[in-house]
Design a protein around this ligand. Structure first.
Ligand code: SF4
Ligand code: SF4
Length: 374
């Protein structure tokens, strides 16, 4: 390895605290290059994990101009953590690239897709609140309930049927009505590079939840925000965050095995944030095994090696065609090994697979609700 550069990161000083991670990648023989869904879909050296980290490193030192061609690759990442998993150093690429996004935004650059997310965020948050207000499920929701469910904006707005399944299932599993958190966790702002706005949004959600005794989170992206990103910023919630699918797994004997289980494969897809983000691999498999009466079918790449749907990290906003290619690749892998139904546990993956797949794609919340008599 060459000797790392000792100069200060004068051009993007916000990246100084990530120097170690940036140096590891910049002076590395790129052992992770085949792991990245983005550079696999769009084979350019600058889009490999090494390329993206090196560009951030050289930008931080002022060695390359902070223009779109050098800045935008920081957004060419779904946050899937596949590179970290295949790296000998377990180097933290996702959080470093998110920090690079914030540093680059503070330096005055941002791809159009990310700027749009920030500009439209207030409207997005308002629409999410309206969508959540429409999601009443008979007897399951009570505003002053001690337990709150954080659904996630994509579930609330784009997959309301699955959101209702999760509301019904959570209330049934706990034996009590629940309230629905109305504020977005702010993750889109973090991924866009709007660090201060992310903090402000996190504080809004923190204030909304301050009297709650129990907190369940459905979307794994929100769960990572609440369990990982909030503590890093010193934002403490009033209670520990529990993940919906783990709640279901803890009560697995309450789920009734389903009649009319399909003969065709029912294949579980590991969402990156649930798997590599939170280390949750067993709970969804336990639940599906109970409901199916057999182990769920698997992708060739599964668990820690599970392959990304292309839907994370704002990639559908910043590089929509690449995001679609990644999703199509997953669907063709599924078809090559026998097709059937895909079950995932993440609204963004659900939406991206549904846009591509010929066969049904379902969310684990729907299966859990069925097992509880929905
Ligand atoms: S993530 Fe690890 S293997 Fe990949 S370029 Fe960085 S240091 Fe090298
Ligand atoms: S986190 Fe995923 S998308 Fe991002 S650089 Fe690593 S492998 Fe590529």
């Amino acid at each position: 390895m060459k000797r790392p550069d000792q100069r200060p990161m004068h051009a993007l000083p916000l990246l100084e605290s990530h120097r170690g991670a940036l140096e590891k990648c910049t002076f590395c023989p790129k052992l992770c290059r085949s792991a990245c869904p983005v550079s696999n879909a769009e084979p350019r050296e600058t889009l490999t994990p090494w390329g993206k980290m090196s560009l951030a490193y050289f930008s931080a030192h002022g060695d390359v101009p902070l223009d779109a061609s050098h800045a935008d690759p920081a957004w060419a990442c779904t946050g899937c953590k596949a590179c970290t998993h295949s790296c000998d150093h377990q180097n933290e690429v996702t959080s470093t690239l998110y920090a690079a996004r914030a540093a680059i935004v503070s330096g005055g650059q941002s791809p159009a897709g990310a700027s749009r997310v920030v500009k439209n965020f207030d409207q997005h948050a308002k629409r999410t609140r309206h969508a959540i207000a429409e999601l009443g499920v008979n007897g399951a929701v009570r505003r002053d309930a001690e337990t709150s469910l954080v659904l996630g904006c994509s579930y609330a707005r784009a997959t309301p049927r699955e959101a209702k399944d999760a509301i019904f299932a959570t209330s049934q599993l706990l034996g009590t009505p629940i309230s629905l958190a109305e504020n977005c966790c702010g993750l889109p702002l973090l991924m866009a590079g709007a660090q201060d706005a992310f903090r402000a949004q996190a504080e809004r959600l923190q204030a909304e939840l301050k009297n709650k005794k129990r907190l369940i989170v459905l979307d794994p992206g929100c769960a990572v925000a609440l369990k990982v990103n909030y503590p890093k910023m010193g934002i403490a919630l009033s209670t520990e965050t529990e993940v919906f699918v783990e709640l279901a797994a803890a009560h697995v004997t309450r789920l009734l095995p389903l009649d009319n289980v399909p003969d065709k494969p029912v294949r579980y897809h590991d969402p990156c944030q649930l798997g590599r983000g939170l280390g949750i691999y067993e709970a969804p498999r336990l639940v599906l095994h109970r409901l199916l009466g057999r182990a769920p079918d698997e992708f060739d790449y599964k668990r820690e090696k599970g392959a990304c749907s292309g839907a994370g990290g704002l990639l559908p906003s910043t590089m929509p065609e690449v995001a679609k290619q990644i999703s199509k690749k997953r669907i063709s892998e599924h078809e090559e090994i026998g097709g059937g139904k895909i079950v995932t546990a993440c609204a963004s993956s659900l939406l991206s697979f549904r846009a591509t797949a010929q066969e049904p794609v379902e969310d684990i919340a729907t299966w859990i609700a069925r097992g509880l008599g929905s």
